[in-house]
Write a new protein. Structure first.
Lengths: 263, 275
């Protein structure tokens, strides 16, 4: 449905992405200007990516590959220099997003923060209270619901971050490094949440450096390098060409264009 | 590649992403008020301000029959100074902090426009400033009443007009913070306050010199910088004299217009920025 235009804000156009497609990124380019002399740096060099409805897709790549920028442009948080983004959901209000290393309002409690996010979607009264209570239960933060966020651990913040991304009951969820910095218990909890979302038919796209998690959760992966998607396909197809996802990833990002691996 | 023109009609749910709705502004304002009013630094500053106002009791005791006058003079100065410090420093970091800590990504991935964000932040901090200044103003009012044995409505009027001055500086500081760092924005905000106290006098002085260039320069400063002295009735409050309320009302309307323009500029600048 939605279309991101080069140099302009993302607007929406229902049905734009085509049947069965939750997110379609075409020829996405992004150049930023840095330093005193405004030197141009090309972050995205023509990203093509398709995410089908109901899939859990891992977006992989080394640091600086353009994963976060791709997600931000897809959401309209950044303007593309060229290219388009089409979303296959009813409106951008049906998309949920967790930024990387989220930091929230430290003097609000978890319940207040989620209620605030719900208000931004126009939810009010009893519906808001019920939604917030259910989300707190879903992410296992019922007992910490009335504790201020500055007292939350990193894992708790990550979970409240996921909860805020789900406050609008999205059809498409974009999670930027949801497992980074979490201890094993925190990772397991976040993985369970993603599995539950998948079970409900929600489309999930997440960036990660933790390949074992991607292997465990995803049906598809897309691997980025230097501002392009250099390989995308099913996890099974990747594993048919290498013993582990890690080995496959190293071959793709380490060598030339897709390092001779088959799509 | 040419931009894709998009076509969701007005009112279509697809446009909700641009959400400039009042409910978003209200939610952001309420959230900002709740967040800032709970900040411990704010509480420390307010307590310190109340102690300073109490300190005027001592000044009054050594001023030979001028206790009430000293209390009003020193107290209103403290109300202005601490009100300004609270709002400028919070306003300077209000937008920057959200950008640097990435909370804007959470907001802008929801149906929140840049305009709703800036206006909501301003209104939320305005509520905080109102609470802080009302607390200090009422405390001073009660002390003056206790000392003089009669209530002084001018103390409350002066505090209300200090609030308008502070609101003006807050809007300008928020505008600065959309392009500059928090520290620089705070410094510039304080500079605008100081310049706003002086611009009227500078214009009068340069007219005496009969130099066209300096007079034109001071006119530019007078137009660009808000004339804060025009609504300053502290001296009248201390002397219990009635100011020219008609003139004060006109200048107050000018400051409200100034705030609207500063916020509109802040929204325009912030819309162009990539966060």
């Amino acid at each position: 449905m939605s279309v991101a235009q080069s140099g302009e804000r993302v607007e929406t156009s229902p049905g734009g992405a085509g049947d069965g497609v939750a997110l379609a990124v075409r020829g996405l380019r992004k150049t930023v200007h840095v330093g005193f002399w405004r030197r141009p740096v090309e972050i995205l060099r023509g990203v093509d990516l398709t995410v089908r409805r109901g899939e859990v897709v891992g977006l992989l790549g080394p640091n600086g590959a353009g994963k976060t920028t791709t997600v931000k442009v897809a959401l309209g948080l950044m303007r593309p220099t060229a290219g388009s983004v089409e979303l296959g959901v009813a409106s951008l209000s049906r998309v949920g997003y967790l930024p990387e290393n989220p930091y929230f309002y430290e003097y609000l409690t978890g319940r207040e923060f989620l209620a605030f996010c719900a208000r931004l979607f126009g939810l009010g009264g009893r519906e808001r209270e019920e939604r917030v209570a259910r989300l707190l239960a879903d992410v296992g933060l019922e007992r910490a619901a009335d504790v201020q966020l500055r007292k939350y651990s990193k894992g708790m913040l990550q979970r409240i971050g996921i909860a805020q991304a789900l406050v609008n009951e999205p059809e498409l969820v974009l999670l930027d490094e949801p497992m980074t910095g979490l201890d094993p218990v925190g990772r397991v909890e976040v993985k369970r949440i993603i599995q539950r979302l998948h079970g409900r038919g929600t489309t999930v796209l997440f960036n990660s450096h933790i390949l074992s998690d991607v292997h465990e959760l995803c049906s598809h992966v897309a691997i980025m390098r230097e501002g392009r998607v250099v390989w995308d396909g099913e996890v099974a197809a990747a594993l048919a060409q290498a013993a582990t996802l890690e080995e496959f990833f190293m071959r793709v990002v380490g060598g030339g264009e897709a390092a001779g691996v088959a799509p | 590649m040419s931009p894709v023109v998009c076509c969701a009609p007005p009112g279509d749910p697809a446009r909700r992403r641009d959400g400039a709705g009042l409910s978003q502004v209200g939610a952001i304002a309420a959230n900002t008020f709740r967040e800032t009013i709970r900040d411990r630094v704010l509480m420390v500053i307010v307590v310190f301000a109340l102690v300073m106002i109490l300190g005027a009791l001592w000044l009054g005791s050594i001023s030979l029959g001028q206790e009430g006058r000293m209390m009003k003079d020193f107290g209103l100065l403290a109300v202005t100074g601490f009100g300004l410090i609270v709002t400028v420093f919070i306003a300077a970091s209000l937008v920057r902090k959200e950008v640097e800590k990435r909370t804007v990504f959470v907001l802008f991935s929801k149906p929140v426009s840049r305009g709703a964000f800036i206006v909501g932040k301003f209104l939320g901090l305005s509520l905080t400033a109102a609470a802080v200044l009302a607390g200090m103003g009422l405390f001073l009012f009660a002390l003056v009443w206790a000392i003089e044995g009669r209530p002084s409505g001018m103390v409350l009027a002066a505090t209300a007009l200090v609030y308008l001055q502070v609101e003006t500086v807050m809007a300008v500081t928020i505008l600065f913070s959309t392009v500059a760092s928090a520290i620089l924005s705070a410094v510039l905000g304080l500079c605008v306050f100081v310049a706003g106290q002086l611009s009227d006098n500078v214009l009068s002085l340069t007219r005496l010199g009969h130099n066209a260039v300096t007079e034109a320069a001071s006119w530019v400063v007078f137009v660009v910088v808000p004339n804060l002295t025009a609504v300053d009735v502290k001296a009248a409050a201390v002397g219990e004299q009635a100011p020219d309320w008609g003139s004060v009302a006109l200048w107050a309307a000018y400051l409200v217009a100034y705030i609207v323009v500063a916020l509109a500029l802040a929204v325009a600048v912030f819309r162009r920025r990539e966060v």
